[in-house]
Each structure stands twice: as structure tokens, then as C-alpha cells.
Design a protein around this ligand. Structure first.
Ligand code: IMP
Length: 427
């Protein structure tokens, strides 16, 4: 069995798209298991940049089967739009399957996401407003609709009637208009026609694939610090981006993942609200890195907040997820700065701590200690072997490896597929 999981190790947007695309080109099956169209993979394929939201990156490999597994919240209308858009751009030859257990993200989830953020006002989470949280809430409160429901339209109608009784109460509480069965049921019938032939039982499908020795890539979305239990709660997403959640999110046994490659950007970014210990306060410098790294949200276009690489944060993520390898991304962006800072420890109330505080109140009070390393100030985009990198770039990587205990298996020196140093073949 050869399976590999890809996991973002910071607050998302680490450059997972490029690594996923690389491994997806070698995979038989590419599986996404959580999140929804809040995610945005930016992939440069044959010199053109594509932004994927729900579709797994295996769409660029005509031999791969792409699966949206059990805990991916799917806005079916957006997914159809994304598929049509790719077709229009000439990417037509891809196969997609959807789990019968995947939650359907409905129009009222979008209304509720916006209404909640408005009600929270200055305490808002800064969500992508794609309805992700409200859709997951319906899973947990056991009233959500799932793709499997589309296979029996009579039963679906009864379920929809029950669901709307609750949802309309909620919408009313937020001063929003309710939805009627007459409005939504015909829309679901259309969706059912489109998706019925694509709906599978993920457990049965993947169990068979593993028996047949297929190569399976589990593609992650978001990043570990957005995990809804272990991240910077409440400024997190509503699912678990950790590779350790893959078995649950796909209906597979604990040992279904052989290796986990953690995606780490050479600096740190985050979008939305919430504490960010190693954030760069010098706006001129942050702006320079943001512009060089094109650090704007793939989905929302919001400017990303910029920070230095944070070793205590990475150590924490290593502990909670057990990543086995690292892909070190966007190293070329740091060629633009004069010197690089590396956050090496946290203190709280004057005492050094060896953990990541779990509350916003404590995390906001954390004091960060830095070491400074020289940059290399030269174009590294043509380096293809580790030894080609300037000495100061290697020193930076090796310092991070020493402090985290993780080896950089991949080093990315530019956005294109070719602009990559592969130090070990793990899939
Ligand atoms: P939600 O997932 O739309 O509910 O947003 C919750 C938080 O997660 C917000 O801070 C978002 O900006 C963040 N978030 C969600 N998806 C991504 C992603 O793919 N990359 C980076 N941040 C994300």
C-alpha cells in the first residue's frame, strides 16, 4: 500500500496546491476529506495558474480518480460552476466522485454564515462567508442533508421539510427570510440528476482500492492552526485539517496513511482574525513580503497577515499530527529581505513555555524570542539540487530542521512545477 497525506502546518495557504499537484500526478486516486470551498488551491499547470476550491488537484491528471470524501461540505452549485469553469479553460478529462455521506451545503448556510459574522460584529471570526461553519453545525446537530439523500427524492422531500422547520427558526432569530420547500426542492432535484451517477460509498471504494495496491493521495485543506479543536480557537475553521483526522473523514482504518508530508511556508501568514505570535509589525517589511509572495487569499482576495517562521508553533503541530516529512515552500520570497528572523521560543508572564497556549487571551500575551539569520539576496529559482542553494539559504533550512526535528524533503524555489528541489522520493 502506498498512501500519502498532505497537511498544512500553519494557518493555511502554505503552498499545498503545488505539492499536491506534484504528488497527484503520480497518484491513482486523490481524496479530499474535509473543508469545503473555503479552501483555495492555487496551481500552476503547464504555465497557467488555476484556482481550485473544492475539486481535488488530481483533476490535472487524466488517469486519477478524484474523490470528495465523507466530511467535505459541498456546495453543489458552486462545485458544478467550478467543473464548468475548468471545462471552459480546456481541462476536461477528469473524473470526480462524491461520498454519499458528504454534507450538502445549502443556500441557508450562506445566509447564516453572514448573519452570524454580522451579529458577532467586532468579535467576528473573519470567515470566508462560504457557509462552512453553519453546514458543519447541521452535521453535529444531526439535521443536515447529505449527498446520499439525493438518491431517494421522496425521502429527501420529507427530510427537507423537517430541516427547514429548524432552519427557518434560526434564520428568523437572525432577522433573515426563511426558505420554502417549494423553492429548494426543485433545486435539489436538479442537483440529484447531476450528482446521482457520481455518488459512492467511500469506505467500500477505498477499501477495494487499497487491496488492489492503488496509490492514494489524501489532499489536505486549510492548516493545522485552523483545526477546530487544536488550533487558535475560536479563530479556526469548523473541521480538522490534521492528517490524523483522515481515517474518520474518509471512513478508513487508523493505518490508512503511510506518510504525512507537512507543508511549511518559509515564513508565516494568516487571513482572518485571531492571535498570530510571530506577526511582523513593520508594515513596510510585511508589505514587501506580501507583494513578493502574492499573499492575497485565493478565495476571498483578502491581504494575508505576514509573520516570521514560528518554531514553537511548528513543534506543536509536529506533536499533534506526527508529520513524517516537510515541504519547505516559498523560500524564494525571502531572497527579497535583508535579514530573516526566526521565532525560537515563547514566554508567558516572563517564563519560557514549551507549549502553545490554548486560549486567545494567553496566546495574545505570548512574548516571542527571535534569532536573526542573514538572507542570501540572490535569485534561487533555478536551483534544482539542494547543493545549488546559496550557503545562507541552506543554513536557514538546516536551522529550522535542527529546531523542529523535521527534515525538508521538498524545497520550493518558485511557483512553477520545475522550480522544486526534491530530496527524497516518498510516494
Ligand atoms: P471558515 O472556514 O470560512 O469558517 O473561516 C474560518 C477561518 O478559517 C477564517 O479565519 C478563514 O480565513 C480561515 N480559513 C478557512 N479556509 C482557509 C484556507 O483554505 N486558507 C486559509 N485560511 C482559511
Amino acid at each position: 500500500m502506498s498512501t500519502l497525506a498532505i497537511q498544512g502546518c500553519q494557518w493555511g495557504d502554505e503552498g499545498k496546491g503545488k505539492v499536491t499537484d506534484y504528488y497527484a500526478s503520480k497518484a491513482d486516486i486523490v481524496v479530499r476529506s474535509q473543508g469545503g470551498n473555503n479552501a483555495g488551491h492555487s496551481i500552476v499547470h503547464k504555465g497557467k495558474r488555476y484556482a481550485l476550491r473544492l475539486l481535488p488537484s488530481g483533476v490535472f491528471n487524466p488517469n486519477a480518480i478524484n474523490i470528495l470524501a465523507d466530511n467535505v461540505v459541498i456546495n453543489p452549485w458552486d462545485l458544478i460552476g467550478e467543473i464548468d469553469n475548468l471545462h471552459n479553460l480546456g481541462i476536461k478529462d477528469f473524473k470526480i466522485l462524491v461520498s454519499s455521506r458528504a454534507p450538502i451545503l445549502m443556500p441557508y448556510h450562506l445566509v447564516l454564515d453572514r448573519a452570524r459574522e454580522q451579529a458577532l460584529s467586532k468579535n467576528k471570526i473573519g470567515t470566508t462567508l462560504r457557509g462552512i461553519g453553519p453546514c458543519y453545525e447541521d452535521v453535529v446537530s444531526r439535521i443536515g442533508l447529505r449527498f446520499g439523500d439525493l438518491l431517494d427524492l421522496d425521502a429527501l422531500k420529507v427530510r427537507l421539510e423537517g430541516v427547514l422547520e429548524i432552519k427557518n427558526l434560526e434564520l428568523k432569530a437572525f432577522g433573515q427570510e426563511g426558505f420554502s420547500v417549494e423553492e429548494l426542492y426543485p433545486k435539489l432535484i436538479e442537483i440529484s440528476k447531476y450528482f446521482s451517477p457520481l455518488i459512492i460509498d467511500t469506505t467500500a471504494y477505498l477499501t477495494k482500492a487499497i487491496k488492489e495496491g492503488k496509490k492514494i493521495l489524501f489532499e489536505g485543506a486549510q492548516g493545522a492552526m485552523l483545526d477546530n479543536i487544536h488550533g487558535t480557537f475560536p479563530y479556526v475553521t469548523s473541521s480538522s485539517p490534521l492528517a490524523t483526522a483522515i481515517p474518520l473523514n474518509t471512513g478508513m482504518p487508523l493505518d490508512c496513511v503511510n506518510n504525512i508530508i507537512g507543508i511549511v511556508k518559509a515564513y508565516t501568514t494568516r487571513v482572518g482574525e485571531g492571535p498570530f505570535p510571530s506577526e511582523i509589525e513593520n508594515e513596510e517589511l510585511a508589505h514587501k513580503i506580501r507583494e513578493t509572495g502574492h499573499e492575497y487569499g485565493t478565495v476571498t482576495k483578502r491581504p494575508r497577515r505576514i509573520g516570521w517562521l514560528d518554531i514553537p508553533q511548528l513543534r506543536y503541530v509536529h506533536s499533534i499530527s506526527g508529520v513524517t516529512h516537510v515541504a519547505f515552500m516559498l523560500l524564494d520570497v525571502l531572497s527579497s529581505v535583508d535579514e530573516i528572523k526566526l521565532c525560537v521560543s515563547y514566554s508567558l508572564n516572563g517564563k519560557e513555555i514549551d507549549y502553545m497556549p490554548s486560549t486567545v487571551a494567553q496566546l495574545s500575551k505570548v512574548e516571542t524570542k527571535y534569532i536573526t539569520l542573514p538572507s542570501w539576496k540572490e535569485d534561487i529559482s533555478s536551483c534544482r539540487k539542494y547543493e545549488d542553494l546559496p550557503l545562507n539559504a541552506r543554513r536557514y533550512i538546516e536551522k529550522v530542521e535542527e529546531l523542529t526535528g523535521l527534515k525538508a524533503t521538498i524545497v520550493s524555489v518558485g511557483p512553477d512545477k520545475e522550480e522544486t528541489i526534491i530530496r527524497e522520493d516518498i510516494f
